[in-house]
Design a protein around this ligand. Structure first.
Ligand SMILES: *Cc1c(COP(=O)(O)O)cnc(C)c1O
Length: 399
């Protein structure tokens, strides 16, 4: 098909630049639901890069709940929450989440990206700075840009480095961290960050996209691991696209903050509410997460993590300090990471190489993610395959 107009040179140049550095990204079509055993380009693969950590994205109970909710409430939100798009399934989900996590209020957002834009842009500004971990998710950084707030970043996971920044600031503001870091899999020092924020009278916001559902008591995530609660972690963001297996996000906080965000969080005010059917499916997901089945799924995931680390320990690569479903293998340059990903593909393993700017320059990696939906045999296949390609690579290099 002919393009409708001539592509400007700067567009082509930007693409060329990415191509030359092996940094071009493109979509791939999966010919299946989001399950470990999938089909891509008519070939069968076992996938190890989905965020569906508990295997709920294709769960029959979620599918049934989505259908049942759609029968009664339809599929479209119809408007923003504040006009007439806040339906009973949204309200029920908000209340169930607030009960589960012990917060006064929960507000739904359409995506995690928008929740982070909304909260940070509403709570920071020219005289309300924001201090963030260097490895925070892009949406948290973008929230600060949207607010045009002074943004400072501390060394990854380093409370002393964070303290320096808070001490230097004349205005008090918002301290923000991922709970589980999305590209590394390690957990933030939340108890210490919470104490630090309290000492300096700063607000603390935690984005636990990768911890909720997977970690802690009844899947309550990082706050449970760190022994924190609604008082010591006043603003918690969670997303539904990962362990929950659906889509959307939420902020758990106090009545006052929720009322404030309802007025001032533009990505809440000026967007259509998530589908009520999605809210219904997400409520079903939350029920599973809180149930014995959720416990069993978390246990299976933890077993997979332990097995993976045990096997990879003896291979010529460095494991990251992660006990979560995210088990990256850092390779370094993008070309090598892509080559490794291709070698694994030849063995039936799908794991997309993650390259800059998603991760810092020189730290391209295979972001291997494990799921309760994987079988023991899947884990054996993964580890055997890694052993094959990594030891082959070593003997090539020493030849
Ligand atoms: C995935 C992710 C988000 C974005 O959530 P979406 O619902 O996918 O937009 C935000 N924060 C972190 C840490 C994430 O990993």
């Amino acid at each position: 098909m002919k393009p409708a107009f001539n592509t400007p040179d700067w567009v082509l140049a930007a693409l060329d630049e990415r191509r030359q550095h092996d940094l071009v990204r493109q979509t791939m079509t999966l010919n299946s639901a989001q399950v470990p055993h999938t089909q891509i380009h008519s070939q069968n693969f076992t996938a190890f890069c989905s965020n569906d950590y508990l295997g709920l994205a294709n769960h029959p109970k979620l599918i049934a709940a989505m259908n049942d909710t759609a029968q009664v409430y339809g599929v479209g939100g119809g408007s923003s929450h504040l006009v007439c798009g806040h339906l009973t399934p949204h309200q029920m989900l908000e209340e169930a989440l607030a009960d589960w996590l012990g917060y006064e209020r929960v507000m739904l957002f359409s995506t995690g990206y928008m929740a982070n834009l909304g909260v940070i842009s509403a709570l920071t500004g020219k005289h309300r700075p924001v201090v963030q971990d260097k490895l925070n998710h892009a949406s948290l950084i973008d929230g600060a840009l949207l607010a045009q707030a002074p943004l400072r970043r501390y060394l990854h996971g380093d409370v002393k480095s964070a303290e320096k920044l808070l001490s230097k600031s004349s205005d008090s503001g918002l301290l923000v961290t991922d709970g589980v870091f999305s590209m590394d899999g390690d957990v933030a020092p939340l108890a210490d960050l919470s104490a630090l924020a309290a000492r300096h009278d700063w607000m603390l916001m935690v984005d636990d996209a990768h911890g909720l559902g997977c970690l802690g008591d009844a899947g309550r995530g990082c706050m449970s691991l760190a022994g924190l609660n609604a008082q010591t972690m006043p603003i918690l963001v969670g997303t539904f696209g990962k362990a929950f297996g659906t889509a959307g996000a939420f902020v758990a906080t106090s009545h006052d903050f929720a009322d404030y965000l309802t007025q001032f969080a533009r990505p809440y005010v000026y967007t259509t509410a998530m589908s009520p059917a999605m809210a219904g499916a997400t409520s079903a997901s939350l029920q599973i997460i809180q149930s014995d089945e959720g416990e069993e799924r978390r246990a299976r995931l933890a077993e997979h993590v332990a097995y993976f680390r045990q096997r990879v320990k003896s291979l010529p690569v460095a494991l990251m300090p992660s006990n979560t479903a995210i088990q990256p293998i850092v390779i370094g340059d993008s070309k090598s990471a892509i080559r490794l990903s291709e070698q694994l593909k030849a063995l039936g393993i799908w794991c997309t190489a993650i390259r800059p700017p998603t991760v810092p320059a020189g730290s391209a990696r295979l972001r291997i993610t494990l799921s309760a939906a994987h079988s023991d045999a899947d884990l054996v296949l993964l580890c055997d395959s890694l052993e094959k390609v990594l030891t082959a690579k070593l003997s090539n290099a020493t030849r």
